[in-house]
Design a binder for this molecule. Sequence first.
Ligand code: ZN
Length: 144
Amino acid sequence: MENKTFYNESLTEHNVHPYHKHALEGATMALEGVNPSCGDDIVLLLKMDGNRIADASFQGDGCAISQASADMMLDLIIGKDREEALRLADIFLRMIQGKASAEELEELEESSVLSDVAHMPARVKCACLGWHTVKEMLEKKKDE
Ligand code: ZN
């Protein structure tokens, strides 16, 4: 029950006051992520400093879960290097399938509140949108 309250409060807080929803001056990468089944449409902006995510933001619109998930994700990955961000994305995407361990969930910090979405199939794409988008961006960079 307590966990449910925390989940709702976190989602609300990140929707009312999305900390990372803004334009990003000096962004080095941008990619749009779309989830047509819900209407979520976001653009992720990354400012890479070599291998490190020096800063990041998102813009666009979508449902509460997609927006809160993107905002929490950016809290977690800003300042991390590419490999670490990809590793966290992998944990998040496995968490949504109900396949991450308790230790792994701790690494996700606030994003772990979205583990409940594993039981809401219609919202899975919303929760994963930001993570899928950042994964695509960082994997692309790796191939260059
Ligand atoms: Zn959505």
